[in-house]
Design a protein around this ligand. Structure first.
Ligand code: CMP
Length: 139
């Protein structure tokens, strides 16, 4: 089925001017960028986004990192977009990420891992709604 997923190009990647190279990987995999904006989150806004992780030891560090510099939030659309995006991103820890994936090529560490992608249809819908209104999604 055609799906939409929420993607974030994280501060470690925007800082190194990697937005275009990462977007090329998404587009080459058949994912269409149907919405995209560059924003600078506050730690509180990052905290709401990552609420499911709030009991984890890295939660504070994760929120501060996500608010440290601008991010690019985007909606990717395509056949099986959620799984396809996760394939293009590679494993969370770049040390485990397959060759050619975004995280294998660009991520600096498990925390500063260049990209986020929704993990399931329900989270994708909630994460898209957190950043975008219906009017901003241009399929
Ligand atoms: P993401 O896919 O955005 O979802 C949650 C994030 O938490 C994850 O990517 C990592 O960036 C971060 N994360 C996961 N595990 C750790 C860890 N052990 N230390 C620091 N950050 C982590």
């Amino acid at each position: 089925a055609i799906e939409r997923t929420l993607s974030i190009i994280k501060p470690d990647a925007t800082r190194r001017n990697l937005t275009g190279k990462i977007n090329a990987k998404f587009e080459d995999a058949g994912l269409r960028i149907v919405a995209q904006k560059r924003i600078h989150l506050t730690p509180a806004q990052a905290g709401i986004f990552y609420e499911v992780h709030k009991e984890r030891p890295f939660y504070g560090e994760l929120c501060d990192f996500m608010a440290s510099e601008p991010v690019v939030v985007q909606v990717l659309e395509g056949e099986g977009a959620i799984a396809k995006n996760r394939e293009v991103m590679g494993a969370t820890n770049p040390a485990d990420a397959a060759a050619g994936t975004v995280r294998a090529e660009f991520a600096e560490s498990v925390g500063e891992n260049s990209v986020h992608g929704s993990d399931a249809p329900e989270t994708a819908a909630a994460e898209i709604a957190y950043f975008f209104s219906g009017l901003e999604l241009v399929g």
